[in-house]
Design a protein around this ligand. Structure first.
Ligand SMILES: Cc1ncc(COP(=O)(O)O)c(C=O)c1O
Length: 398
Protein backbone atom coordinates (compact mmCIF):
# COMPACT_ATOMS: atom_id res chain seq x y z
CA UNK A 1 0.00 0.00 0.00
CA UNK A 2 1.45 3.36 -0.96
CA UNK A 3 1.18 6.12 1.60
CA UNK A 4 -0.22 9.37 0.18
CA UNK A 5 2.95 11.01 1.55
CA UNK A 6 4.88 9.27 -1.26
CA UNK A 7 2.90 11.10 -3.97
CA UNK A 8 5.13 12.65 -6.68
CA UNK A 9 3.91 16.14 -7.59
CA UNK A 10 5.05 18.00 -10.69
CA UNK A 11 8.37 19.79 -10.22
CA UNK A 12 6.72 23.10 -11.07
CA UNK A 13 5.30 23.18 -7.54
CA UNK A 14 8.75 23.05 -5.91
CA UNK A 15 9.20 26.19 -3.87
CA UNK A 16 5.53 27.22 -4.16
CA UNK A 17 4.26 27.99 -0.70
CA UNK A 18 0.82 29.47 -1.41
CA UNK A 19 -0.24 33.05 -1.52
CA UNK A 20 0.65 35.17 1.48
CA UNK A 21 -2.44 37.24 0.76
CA UNK A 22 -4.69 34.20 1.05
CA UNK A 23 -3.13 33.58 4.47
CA UNK A 24 -3.88 37.15 5.47
CA UNK A 25 -7.45 36.97 4.14
CA UNK A 26 -8.05 34.30 6.80
CA UNK A 27 -7.55 36.95 9.48
CA UNK A 28 -10.07 39.26 7.85
CA UNK A 29 -12.89 36.99 8.93
CA UNK A 30 -11.92 37.32 12.61
CA UNK A 31 -14.46 39.51 14.39
CA UNK A 32 -13.36 43.17 14.66
CA UNK A 33 -10.18 42.63 12.63
CA UNK A 34 -9.17 45.80 10.80
CA UNK A 35 -7.66 44.62 7.54
CA UNK A 36 -5.26 46.75 5.56
CA UNK A 37 -4.29 43.49 3.77
CA UNK A 38 -6.14 42.22 0.66
CA UNK A 39 -7.19 44.43 -2.24
CA UNK A 40 -10.95 44.23 -1.87
CA UNK A 41 -13.33 46.95 -3.03
CA UNK A 42 -15.44 48.50 -0.28
CA UNK A 43 -18.68 46.64 0.47
CA UNK A 44 -20.52 49.86 -0.42
CA UNK A 45 -18.97 49.72 -3.93
CA UNK A 46 -20.69 46.40 -4.71
CA UNK A 47 -24.09 47.12 -6.30
CA UNK A 48 -26.05 43.94 -5.69
CA UNK A 49 -29.45 45.42 -6.62
CA UNK A 50 -28.20 46.94 -9.88
CA UNK A 51 -26.51 43.67 -10.85
CA UNK A 52 -29.59 41.62 -9.90
CA UNK A 53 -31.79 43.78 -12.17
CA UNK A 54 -29.34 43.51 -15.06
CA UNK A 55 -29.01 39.73 -14.60
CA UNK A 56 -32.78 39.33 -14.81
CA UNK A 57 -32.99 41.58 -17.90
CA UNK A 58 -30.22 39.82 -19.83
CA UNK A 59 -31.57 36.37 -19.00
CA UNK A 60 -35.02 37.38 -20.19
CA UNK A 61 -33.71 38.88 -23.43
CA UNK A 62 -30.95 36.35 -24.33
CA UNK A 63 -31.39 33.50 -21.85
CA UNK A 64 -31.12 30.57 -24.24
CA UNK A 65 -27.75 31.79 -25.58
CA UNK A 66 -26.45 32.73 -22.13
CA UNK A 67 -27.34 29.40 -20.53
CA UNK A 68 -25.84 27.36 -23.40
CA UNK A 69 -22.11 26.61 -23.94
CA UNK A 70 -20.48 29.62 -25.55
CA UNK A 71 -17.47 30.29 -27.75
CA UNK A 72 -13.99 30.32 -26.14
CA UNK A 73 -13.28 33.68 -27.71
CA UNK A 74 -16.29 35.22 -26.00
CA UNK A 75 -19.88 36.46 -25.91
CA UNK A 76 -20.25 38.92 -28.79
CA UNK A 77 -22.02 41.79 -26.93
CA UNK A 78 -19.29 41.73 -24.26
CA UNK A 79 -16.50 41.86 -26.84
CA UNK A 80 -18.17 44.84 -28.55
CA UNK A 81 -18.78 46.67 -25.26
CA UNK A 82 -15.21 46.15 -24.01
CA UNK A 83 -13.67 47.23 -27.33
CA UNK A 84 -15.62 50.49 -26.98
CA UNK A 85 -14.64 50.92 -23.33
CA UNK A 86 -10.88 50.48 -23.89
CA UNK A 87 -10.97 53.11 -26.66
CA UNK A 88 -10.83 55.59 -23.78
CA UNK A 89 -7.37 54.21 -22.93
CA UNK A 90 -6.30 55.08 -26.45
CA UNK A 91 -6.43 51.43 -27.46
CA UNK A 92 -7.90 51.22 -30.90
CA UNK A 93 -8.91 47.57 -31.08
CA UNK A 94 -11.71 45.59 -32.67
CA UNK A 95 -14.10 43.26 -30.82
CA UNK A 96 -12.02 40.41 -32.31
CA UNK A 97 -9.01 41.52 -30.22
CA UNK A 98 -10.97 41.25 -26.95
CA UNK A 99 -10.50 37.86 -25.29
CA UNK A 100 -12.74 37.53 -22.22
CA UNK A 101 -10.89 36.00 -19.27
CA UNK A 102 -12.09 34.69 -15.92
CA UNK A 103 -10.48 37.55 -14.01
CA UNK A 104 -7.23 39.07 -15.25
CA UNK A 105 -5.62 36.32 -13.14
CA UNK A 106 -6.59 33.93 -15.93
CA UNK A 107 -5.26 36.31 -18.59
CA UNK A 108 -1.92 36.39 -16.78
CA UNK A 109 -1.87 32.61 -16.55
CA UNK A 110 -2.81 32.10 -20.22
CA UNK A 111 -0.15 34.46 -21.49
CA UNK A 112 2.44 32.83 -19.24
CA UNK A 113 1.30 29.41 -20.49
CA UNK A 114 1.64 30.59 -24.10
CA UNK A 115 5.18 31.91 -23.69
CA UNK A 116 7.16 30.46 -20.81
CA UNK A 117 9.27 27.33 -20.95
CA UNK A 118 11.21 26.34 -17.82
CA UNK A 119 14.18 28.68 -17.37
CA UNK A 120 12.88 31.43 -19.68
CA UNK A 121 13.58 34.92 -18.38
CA UNK A 122 10.67 37.17 -17.45
CA UNK A 123 11.45 40.71 -16.34
CA UNK A 124 9.31 42.07 -13.49
CA UNK A 125 9.12 45.38 -11.69
CA UNK A 126 10.73 45.32 -8.29
CA UNK A 127 8.50 45.06 -6.25
CA UNK A 128 5.46 43.62 -8.06
CA UNK A 129 2.13 41.83 -7.53
CA UNK A 130 2.79 38.59 -5.68
CA UNK A 131 -0.08 36.71 -7.39
CA UNK A 132 1.67 37.13 -10.72
CA UNK A 133 5.05 36.13 -9.26
CA UNK A 134 3.42 32.87 -8.18
CA UNK A 135 1.83 32.33 -11.62
CA UNK A 136 5.21 32.80 -13.33
CA UNK A 137 6.94 30.49 -10.86
CA UNK A 138 4.45 27.73 -11.72
CA UNK A 139 5.78 27.88 -15.30
CA UNK A 140 9.33 27.74 -13.89
CA UNK A 141 10.28 31.14 -15.28
CA UNK A 142 13.55 32.76 -14.27
CA UNK A 143 12.38 36.03 -12.74
CA UNK A 144 14.70 39.00 -13.13
CA UNK A 145 13.82 42.24 -11.27
CA UNK A 146 13.98 45.61 -13.06
CA UNK A 147 14.82 48.69 -11.00
CA UNK A 148 11.97 51.14 -10.37
CA UNK A 149 11.79 54.68 -9.02
CA UNK A 150 9.02 57.24 -8.43
CA UNK A 151 8.15 57.04 -12.14
CA UNK A 152 8.06 53.24 -12.31
CA UNK A 153 10.41 51.15 -14.48
CA UNK A 154 13.84 52.72 -15.00
CA UNK A 155 14.31 52.55 -18.79
CA UNK A 156 18.11 52.33 -18.76
CA UNK A 157 17.98 49.33 -16.42
CA UNK A 158 15.27 47.72 -18.56
CA UNK A 159 17.36 48.03 -21.73
CA UNK A 160 20.47 46.72 -19.98
CA UNK A 161 18.58 43.65 -18.73
CA UNK A 162 16.91 43.06 -22.10
CA UNK A 163 20.32 43.00 -23.81
CA UNK A 164 21.78 40.75 -21.14
CA UNK A 165 18.94 38.23 -20.73
CA UNK A 166 16.92 38.26 -23.99
CA UNK A 167 13.67 37.90 -21.99
CA UNK A 168 10.50 36.35 -23.31
CA UNK A 169 8.37 38.89 -21.50
CA UNK A 170 8.20 42.02 -19.34
CA UNK A 171 5.41 42.21 -16.75
CA UNK A 172 4.34 45.73 -15.83
CA UNK A 173 1.48 47.25 -13.81
CA UNK A 174 1.53 50.79 -15.20
CA UNK A 175 -1.08 52.61 -13.13
CA UNK A 176 -1.32 52.81 -9.32
CA UNK A 177 0.87 49.78 -9.17
CA UNK A 178 0.30 46.88 -6.80
CA UNK A 179 1.96 47.08 -4.28
CA UNK A 180 3.48 50.59 -4.45
CA UNK A 181 0.61 52.72 -5.81
CA UNK A 182 3.09 54.35 -8.23
CA UNK A 183 2.31 55.17 -11.86
CA UNK A 184 4.60 54.61 -14.84
CA UNK A 185 5.63 58.06 -16.07
CA UNK A 186 4.00 59.28 -19.31
CA UNK A 187 7.33 59.55 -21.13
CA UNK A 188 8.35 55.96 -20.32
CA UNK A 189 5.34 54.31 -21.94
CA UNK A 190 6.10 54.71 -25.63
CA UNK A 191 9.77 53.72 -25.20
CA UNK A 192 8.68 50.45 -23.54
CA UNK A 193 6.41 49.60 -26.50
CA UNK A 194 9.25 50.51 -28.91
CA UNK A 195 11.80 48.45 -26.99
CA UNK A 196 9.48 45.41 -27.13
CA UNK A 197 9.36 45.63 -30.92
CA UNK A 198 13.06 46.40 -31.28
CA UNK A 199 14.26 43.46 -29.16
CA UNK A 200 11.31 41.07 -29.64
CA UNK A 201 9.81 40.49 -26.21
CA UNK A 202 6.17 40.55 -25.08
CA UNK A 203 4.95 43.24 -22.69
CA UNK A 204 2.18 42.10 -20.35
CA UNK A 205 0.50 45.37 -19.38
CA UNK A 206 -1.69 44.60 -16.35
CA UNK A 207 -3.89 47.63 -15.66
CA UNK A 208 -6.76 46.83 -13.25
CA UNK A 209 -6.50 50.09 -11.26
CA UNK A 210 -6.37 52.59 -14.11
CA UNK A 211 -9.83 54.08 -13.60
CA UNK A 212 -9.46 54.52 -9.84
CA UNK A 213 -7.83 57.94 -10.22
CA UNK A 214 -8.21 60.57 -7.47
CA UNK A 215 -5.79 63.20 -8.82
CA UNK A 216 -3.88 64.02 -12.01
CA UNK A 217 -4.63 63.19 -15.62
CA UNK A 218 -5.24 59.78 -17.18
CA UNK A 219 -2.25 58.52 -19.21
CA UNK A 220 -2.25 56.55 -22.47
CA UNK A 221 -1.64 52.85 -22.02
CA UNK A 222 1.54 51.17 -23.29
CA UNK A 223 -0.72 49.19 -25.64
CA UNK A 224 -1.80 52.42 -27.33
CA UNK A 225 1.78 52.73 -28.69
CA UNK A 226 1.96 49.11 -29.84
CA UNK A 227 2.24 48.79 -33.60
CA UNK A 228 3.12 45.14 -34.13
CA UNK A 229 1.20 43.22 -31.43
CA UNK A 230 4.02 42.78 -28.88
CA UNK A 231 1.94 44.34 -26.06
CA UNK A 232 -0.92 42.42 -24.41
CA UNK A 233 -3.19 44.59 -22.27
CA UNK A 234 -5.02 43.00 -19.32
CA UNK A 235 -8.19 44.74 -18.19
CA UNK A 236 -10.33 43.71 -15.23
CA UNK A 237 -13.73 44.59 -13.83
CA UNK A 238 -12.81 43.25 -10.38
CA UNK A 239 -11.85 46.58 -8.83
CA UNK A 240 -14.57 48.53 -10.67
CA UNK A 241 -17.73 46.39 -10.60
CA UNK A 242 -17.07 43.18 -8.66
CA UNK A 243 -14.22 40.72 -8.07
CA UNK A 244 -16.77 37.95 -7.43
CA UNK A 245 -18.10 38.13 -11.00
CA UNK A 246 -14.60 37.00 -12.11
CA UNK A 247 -14.48 38.76 -15.44
CA UNK A 248 -11.81 40.69 -17.30
CA UNK A 249 -10.37 40.85 -20.80
CA UNK A 250 -7.06 40.44 -22.57
CA UNK A 251 -6.61 42.82 -25.49
CA UNK A 252 -4.44 40.70 -27.71
CA UNK A 253 -3.69 40.23 -31.39
CA UNK A 254 -2.56 37.27 -33.49
CA UNK A 255 -0.49 35.15 -33.24
CA UNK A 256 -0.52 35.40 -29.41
CA UNK A 257 -4.33 35.43 -29.26
CA UNK A 258 -4.70 31.99 -30.82
CA UNK A 259 -2.25 30.44 -28.33
CA UNK A 260 -4.18 31.97 -25.41
CA UNK A 261 -7.42 30.59 -26.85
CA UNK A 262 -5.92 27.08 -27.04
CA UNK A 263 -4.81 27.47 -23.43
CA UNK A 264 -8.25 28.67 -22.38
CA UNK A 265 -10.03 25.79 -24.13
CA UNK A 266 -8.08 23.38 -21.94
CA UNK A 267 -8.74 25.55 -18.91
CA UNK A 268 -12.40 26.58 -18.62
CA UNK A 269 -13.75 26.39 -22.24
CA UNK A 270 -15.07 29.95 -21.88
CA UNK A 271 -15.73 32.57 -19.23
CA UNK A 272 -19.28 32.66 -17.84
CA UNK A 273 -21.74 33.95 -20.47
CA UNK A 274 -23.90 35.41 -17.71
CA UNK A 275 -21.12 37.55 -16.26
CA UNK A 276 -20.08 38.68 -19.73
CA UNK A 277 -23.69 39.63 -20.50
CA UNK A 278 -24.06 41.49 -17.19
CA UNK A 279 -20.91 43.56 -17.73
CA UNK A 280 -21.83 44.24 -21.38
CA UNK A 281 -25.21 45.61 -20.30
CA UNK A 282 -23.59 47.58 -17.45
CA UNK A 283 -21.30 49.30 -19.94
CA UNK A 284 -24.03 49.77 -22.59
CA UNK A 285 -26.30 51.45 -20.02
CA UNK A 286 -23.58 53.97 -19.19
CA UNK A 287 -23.40 52.91 -15.54
CA UNK A 288 -19.59 52.76 -15.33
CA UNK A 289 -18.86 56.50 -15.40
CA UNK A 290 -21.10 57.56 -12.48
CA UNK A 291 -20.19 54.47 -10.43
CA UNK A 292 -16.44 55.03 -10.79
CA UNK A 293 -16.91 58.70 -9.93
CA UNK A 294 -18.77 57.77 -6.72
CA UNK A 295 -16.29 55.14 -5.54
CA UNK A 296 -13.30 57.37 -6.36
CA UNK A 297 -14.75 60.07 -4.12
CA UNK A 298 -14.84 57.83 -1.07
CA UNK A 299 -11.58 55.99 -1.84
CA UNK A 300 -9.80 59.35 -2.13
CA UNK A 301 -10.97 60.32 1.36
CA UNK A 302 -9.86 56.96 2.73
CA UNK A 303 -6.44 57.21 1.07
CA UNK A 304 -5.86 60.74 2.31
CA UNK A 305 -6.84 59.76 5.84
CA UNK A 306 -4.33 56.91 5.79
CA UNK A 307 -1.62 59.22 4.43
CA UNK A 308 -2.30 61.72 7.24
CA UNK A 309 -1.70 58.96 9.78
CA UNK A 310 1.50 57.81 8.08
CA UNK A 311 2.93 61.32 8.48
CA UNK A 312 3.16 60.66 12.22
CA UNK A 313 4.92 57.28 11.92
CA UNK A 314 8.56 57.42 13.08
CA UNK A 315 11.17 57.67 10.27
CA UNK A 316 8.78 56.16 7.75
CA UNK A 317 8.88 56.80 4.00
CA UNK A 318 5.74 56.12 2.00
CA UNK A 319 4.30 56.61 -1.47
CA UNK A 320 1.73 59.30 -2.32
CA UNK A 321 -0.41 57.58 -4.96
CA UNK A 322 -2.79 59.46 -7.23
CA UNK A 323 -5.22 56.55 -7.19
CA UNK A 324 -5.61 52.80 -6.80
CA UNK A 325 -6.04 50.85 -3.60
CA UNK A 326 -2.61 50.75 -1.96
CA UNK A 327 0.04 52.75 -0.14
CA UNK A 328 3.55 51.35 0.21
CA UNK A 329 5.54 52.15 3.34
CA UNK A 330 9.18 51.70 4.32
CA UNK A 331 9.66 51.56 8.08
CA UNK A 332 12.98 52.33 9.80
CA UNK A 333 15.82 49.94 8.91
CA UNK A 334 15.90 46.94 11.23
CA UNK A 335 12.15 46.57 11.64
CA UNK A 336 10.97 43.27 10.21
CA UNK A 337 7.34 43.55 9.09
CA UNK A 338 7.06 39.76 8.78
CA UNK A 339 8.06 39.30 12.42
CA UNK A 340 5.92 42.26 13.48
CA UNK A 341 2.83 40.82 11.77
CA UNK A 342 1.62 38.46 14.57
CA UNK A 343 1.88 41.36 17.06
CA UNK A 344 -0.25 43.59 14.82
CA UNK A 345 -2.74 40.77 14.25
CA UNK A 346 -2.99 40.19 18.02
CA UNK A 347 -3.90 43.84 18.40
CA UNK A 348 -6.50 43.50 15.59
CA UNK A 349 -4.74 44.96 12.52
CA UNK A 350 -3.59 43.13 9.37
CA UNK A 351 -1.31 44.30 6.50
CA UNK A 352 0.86 42.55 3.91
CA UNK A 353 4.61 42.35 4.65
CA UNK A 354 6.44 43.90 1.69
CA UNK A 355 9.01 41.13 1.27
CA UNK A 356 6.33 38.96 -0.44
CA UNK A 357 6.33 41.34 -3.44
CA UNK A 358 9.99 40.80 -4.32
CA UNK A 359 11.31 37.96 -6.42
CA UNK A 360 14.44 37.92 -4.27
CA UNK A 361 12.68 36.32 -1.31
CA UNK A 362 13.44 37.51 2.20
CA UNK A 363 14.67 40.97 1.17
CA UNK A 364 13.26 44.44 1.95
CA UNK A 365 11.92 43.26 5.26
CA UNK A 366 11.15 46.76 6.55
CA UNK A 367 8.45 47.37 3.90
CA UNK A 368 4.70 46.80 3.94
CA UNK A 369 1.62 47.29 1.77
CA UNK A 370 -1.46 49.00 3.16
CA UNK A 371 -4.93 48.84 1.59
CA UNK A 372 -7.38 51.63 2.37
CA UNK A 373 -10.43 50.81 0.21
CA UNK A 374 -11.85 48.18 2.49
CA UNK A 375 -11.87 50.16 5.77
CA UNK A 376 -14.11 53.06 6.82
CA UNK A 377 -12.50 56.33 7.95
CA UNK A 378 -13.17 55.33 11.58
CA UNK A 379 -11.48 51.96 11.07
CA UNK A 380 -8.54 53.66 9.36
CA UNK A 381 -8.16 55.97 12.40
CA UNK A 382 -8.36 53.08 14.82
CA UNK A 383 -6.16 50.71 12.81
CA UNK A 384 -3.43 53.23 12.02
CA UNK A 385 -3.21 54.28 15.69
CA UNK A 386 -2.70 50.64 16.63
CA UNK A 387 -0.16 50.10 13.84
CA UNK A 388 1.82 53.18 14.88
CA UNK A 389 2.05 51.95 18.46
CA UNK A 390 3.12 48.47 17.30
CA UNK A 391 5.87 50.07 15.17
CA UNK A 392 7.00 52.28 18.09
CA UNK A 393 7.23 49.23 20.36
CA UNK A 394 9.31 47.41 17.74
CA UNK A 395 11.63 50.40 17.54
CA UNK A 396 12.15 50.42 21.30
CA UNK A 397 13.11 46.75 21.22
CA UNK A 398 15.78 47.19 18.58
C1 LIG B 1 -1.99 43.92 -10.45
C2 LIG B 1 -3.08 42.92 -10.37
N1 LIG B 1 -3.31 42.10 -11.39
C3 LIG B 1 -4.29 41.19 -11.36
C4 LIG B 1 -5.11 41.05 -10.26
C5 LIG B 1 -6.17 40.01 -10.29
O1 LIG B 1 -7.38 40.55 -10.64
P1 LIG B 1 -8.64 39.71 -11.13
O2 LIG B 1 -9.63 39.75 -10.01
O3 LIG B 1 -9.13 40.41 -12.35
O4 LIG B 1 -8.21 38.32 -11.42
C6 LIG B 1 -4.90 41.88 -9.16
C7 LIG B 1 -5.73 41.73 -7.98
O5 LIG B 1 -5.47 42.20 -6.90
C8 LIG B 1 -3.87 42.84 -9.22
O6 LIG B 1 -3.60 43.66 -8.20
Amino acid sequence: MASIESIRFAERFNGITGSAIREILKYMTRPNMISFGGGNPAASALEEDVIADIARDVLRSDGKRILQYGATDGYAPYKEAVAGWVKELGIDCSAQDVLPVTGSTQGIDLLAKALIDPGDVVLVESPTFLGTLQAFKLYQAKLVPVATDEGGIVLSDLERLVREHHPKMLYVIPTFQNPTGRTLAADRRKPIAEMAEKYGFVVMEDDPYRDLRYAGEALPSIKSYDKAGWVVHMASFSKLISPGLRIGAAIVQEPIRQKMIFGKQANDVHSSNLTQAIVAAYLERGLMGPHVEAICKSYALQMNRMLEHLASFPDTRYTHPQGGLFIWAELPEGIDTLEMMPKAIDRGVAYVPGTHFYCEEGTHRNTLRLNFSNSTLEKIDEGMDILRSVVCEELKQR
